[in-house]
Design a protein around this ligand. Structure first.
Ligand SMILES: [Zn+2]
Length: 347
């Protein structure tokens, strides 16, 4: 199949895919950096900012494209740092028609803007790939412990999820209209990396993301196996997670950070009224790991506060992997090299 990414082996090219004309008389496009190795291999897309305010992935893609390992690339890497350009410009998750791009697949060439972006992305990029990694963060005011979401019943996505190198892997079926759903319909294995918070850079999440993409590329044969025999932190699968919700409206004081281990009945937060005359405890319903939370301490009753992953495995064993992971990616430690690419950490 001939595509706009048929470039000579051992070369790179920035390709602009036109999507629609805006009312400003400017064109909206999706810009893709194609990098083709000298030798044959898989075609991988790495996309970010499908939700326009989820920007950790944009930095992950930037660092990936500078990564020295790409000198030995086999196959083709298609890097799309900003899929939802309109949302990115407006610090918004959505498109101007109020649509969520990740619920708009497969889209159509004559649809609204979200449908057209989805259609172009699917038709001109995803369909030409053998694998994909989609980079996300938590929503606005919500942070995620670095985690992979994948259909663990599919062998190819399961392997990608396991080699990525984050301790938390959630089995998740695909949602209607999502990129993962249409990719699965086309037999293209795609995993989602969820890490950090919307509109913020998170150095650990970014480093783990770059490393994870490289790990997947090594696994699928796009890059040679690592010479460094560094112990990886194997993930522990969680096939169930739940949100602890606010039992009252009020001001939230969180008592545990993202990544914490909780036992059933542990108090994870207090909600008080502004006068301090009334306080209620928020208790974990089960043992688990806090994999996401709200950072906005102003809550209405029923609001989702803490996302907790449940495990069949011993929770201490899971927690030790979360700790090892944080230690491995924490910047400025002398024990570990700061980064594969020689750049100072950002805060
Ligand atoms: Zn997202």
């Amino acid at each position: 199949m001939s595509t706009k990414f048929d470039i000579p082996p051992g070369s790179g090219q920035l390709v602009s895919l036109p999507v629609a004309r805006l009312y400003t008389h400017n064109d909206l496009s999706i810009d893709v950096q194609a990098v083709r190795g000298k030798r044959k291999g898989p075609t991988l897309f790495v996309s970010a900012a499908i939700h326009g305010d989820e920007i950790n992935g944009v930095e992950i893609v930037r660092r990936l494209l500078q990564h020295p390992a790409l000198k030995n690339l086999r196959g083709t890497l298609l890097a799309i740092p900003i899929v939802n350009v309109h949302g990115f410009l407006n610090n918004s998750r959505y498109l101007p028609d109020g649509r969520d791009l990740n619920r708009s697949f497969p889209g159509s060439a004559k649809g609204s803007l979200a449908g057209r972006v989805a259609h172009t992305f699917l038709d001109e990029i995803v369909r030409h790939c053998s694998h994909g990694i989609d980079l996300h963060t938590g929503a606005r005011h919500r942070g995620n412990l670095p985690q992979i979401r994948a259909d663990m019943n599919n062998e190819a996505t399961r392997q990608m999820a396991e080699v990525f190198g984050v301790p938390v892997v959630l089995h998740s079926r695909t949602r209607d209209g999502s990129l993962r759903e249409v990719a699965a319909d086309n037999d293209i294995p795609v995993i989602t990396y969820e890490a950090g918070e919307a509109l913020r850079f998170d150095e650990v999440a970014i480093r783990a993301g770059v490393k994870g993409v490289i790990n997947v590329m090594r696994h699928i044969g796009m890059l040679p196996a690592s010479r460094r025999r560094k112990a990886k932190v194997p993930p522990v699968l969680s096939d169930e997670s739940y949100w602890l919700r606010a039992s009252e409206s009020g001001i939230l004081r969180a008592l545990v950070p993202v990544g914490a281990k909780v036992e059933a009945g542990d108090t994870v937060a207090m909600i008080s009224d502004p006068f301090g005359s009334k306080s209620v405890e928020i208790n974990a319903s089960t043992a688990g790991i806090i994999i996401g939370r709200t950072y906005l301490p102003l809550v209405h009753e029923g609001e989702a506060l803490f996302h907790i992953a449940k495990y069949k495995a011993n929770i201490d064993r899971v927690y030790s992997r979360v700790e090892a992971f944080n230690e491995q990616h924490e910047p400025d430690t002398e024990k570990y090299p700061p980064s594969d690419i020689d750049e100072p950490p950002i805060y």
